[in-house]
Design a protein around this ligand. Structure first.
Ligand code: FAD
Length: 466
């Protein structure tokens, strides 16, 4: 089990519940209680999702449960032989699946507790980034970065090393300073960088294998504004030749391409206060930004996109590409992504362009981003700055997977690691070999969950745990 540590807040906190922002007192002892749960096992969730967001994975769970309290959750875990957390179901593979009970955490009371003294926020694990961000902003704080979509759960994103873009921006899990977890015996404990410095880097991007996270504490910074401009018609040859200048020109930069046109559309997201306007690569940013809003996929109206045209706005309404009040699509897509050492960007782009005739017919859009190095054992950016090549595919696994395999054949020799939450054509058994700390993670799983309550076929195959 993770060692227990009681929160002892000495400072002002804020909490969201019904959306109102009110000062709150210390976390009650009840919330961290390790007493025997006295609550009945929750009934199966009505309208339980039997499949993921994209609908390409049907879960094998015998039940989907939605506990209404941490105590109920503890009872579920203590009384079952096999259980696993489900976030918002946005992964495209079987990483969230189980043959036992699947537990949704969106029935737990929502909480956004800002700790001004330590510049952190503690959030309910079932919450989505979009739900957290507005409350945080009202309290005067921001998260450093966000993924393209705000509808994804915080715990699920952190469990899979989900990332945004930015030369100095690490994956979202790198902001985590502690996690509250229900372990294999149903006990609740807090694991932090302070109380478990040796194992903490292995326990944040943990693929659901170490327990059910109930709350996460994330580093925050003062709220900031961002403006975004889109540059269209940037030749891919120019993206490759000026990669560092282009991706280094602002706080967060993404380049979208269809591998058909030979061109990219470049999303440039600036912190309004930053002086990044000084870096203007000749022949690229000297271009005029678009004077109309664009969707990443050419031809689709930008209605669901966050505001562009350089209009400044709060960080959480600019860093994601899509607005929190709209769902940009209804799962009519598949995704895969490979993260490579940043130095391989130009070579990888050349390989992808050479495969363009195979990629383009089944591609909706592809995105290049940068991710800064971190120390999380299972992060694809572990101890290396990365370039990420993301692909949004048409929803046709049979047509898409051979192309994913062809891409992986070319990019794996360049040091590619697949995103934990997306499709890969690799045999799971090969994936552990891409991670230097895989054996350490395997040992950690066996130490924390010797009875394999949180076992999952995909993770077992990757780490030879079966
Ligand atoms: C439209 C779309 C856009 C996306 N954009 C991005 C992007 O910009 N960048 C990027 O990197 N990825 C992106 N992704 C991928 C996505 O962020 C990951 O798949 C992420 O894991 C999804 O979070 P989730 O809550 O849906 O997790 P799920 O798919 O539900 O679960 C993923 C894993 O997290 C574990 N987990 C979930 N909750 C808990 C918990 N409380 N305790 C312990 N383990 C838990 C599950 O057991 C599972 O192993 C996108 C996906 C979609 C569909």
């Amino acid at each position: 089990m993770f060692p227990h540590e009681r929160h002892t807040p000495q400072h002002r906190r804020f909490r969201s519940g019904d959306g109102a922002l009110t000062p709150r007192g210390p976390v009650s002892d009840d919330q961290n209680s390790n007493q025997e749960p006295r609550v009945p096992t929750p009934a199966p969730a009505s309208g339980s999702p039997a499949h993921n967001w994209a609908g390409n994975t049907v879960f094998g769970a015998r039940r989907v449960l939605r506990p209404g309290s941490v105590e109920e959750l503890q009872q579920v875990v203590a009384s079952t032989d096999r259980v696993r957390a489900l976030g918002s179901g946005h992964s495209f593979n079987r990483v969230a699946d189980t043959a036992g009970d699947l537990v949704r955490l969106d029935g737990l009371p929502p909480a956004v507790d800002v700790d001004e003294e330590s510049s952190t926020v503690t959030v309910g694990a079932g919450m989505r980034y979009g739900e957290v961000a507005g409350v945080l902003h009202e309290a005067g704080y921001a998260l450093a970065n966000l993924a393209s979509l705000p509808h994804i759960s915080v715990a699920g994103c952190c469990a899979t090393a989900t990332h945004g873009s930015g030369d100095s921006e690490k994956c979202l899990a790198a902001a985590v300073t502690s996690v509250e977890v229900v372990g294999a015996d149903g006990e609740l404990s807090l694991l932090s960088r302070v109380n478990e410095p040796e194992h903490f880097p292995g326990a944040v991007v943990a693929l659901g294998a170490l327990g059910i996270v109930t709350r996460l504490t994330l580093r925050v910074e003062p709220a900031f504004d961002v403006s975004q401009h889109i540059y269209t018609g940037v030749p891919l040859t120019e993206v490759a030749a000026h990669f560092d200048e282009i991706f280094g020109c602002a706080y967060s930069v993404s380049a979208f391409t269809d591998y058909r046109s030979g061109e990219a559309r470049v999303w440039v997201k600036r912190r309004v206060t930053e002086r990044d306007g000084s870096v203007r690569p000749p022949g690229w940013e000297g271009r005029t930004p678009a004077d109309a809003a664009h969707h990443p996929i050419p031809g689709i109206p930008a209605t669901h996109c966050t505001e562009q045209l350089g209009v400044p706005g709060p960080w959480y309404e600019r860093l994601p590409h899509f607005r929190p009040d709209f769902t940009p699509s209804n799962g009519e897509e598949l995704q895969s992504e490979l993260l490579l050492p940043r130095a391989a960007a130009a070579e990888a782009l050349a390989e992808l362009r050479a495969l363009g005739d195979r990629i383009a017919p089944v591609l909706q859009i592809s995105e290049m981003r940068t991710v800064a190095a971190d120390d999380l054992w299972l992060s694809p950016a572990w101890e290396r700055d990365c370039v990420a090549f993301h692909f949004t595919w048409v929803k046709d696994s049979q047509a898409v997977l051979p192309v994913v395999a062809a891409i992986e054949e070319k990019l794996l020799p360049l040091g590619a690691r697949p995103h934990w939450g997306k499709l890969t054509a690799m045999e799971p058994e090969r994936i552990a070999g891409l991670y230097e700390r895989a054996d350490d993670f395997r040992r950690l799983v066996l130490q924390r969950d010797p009875g394999r309550v949180f076992a999952n076929d995909f993770v077992d195959r990757v780490f030879a745990l079966g």
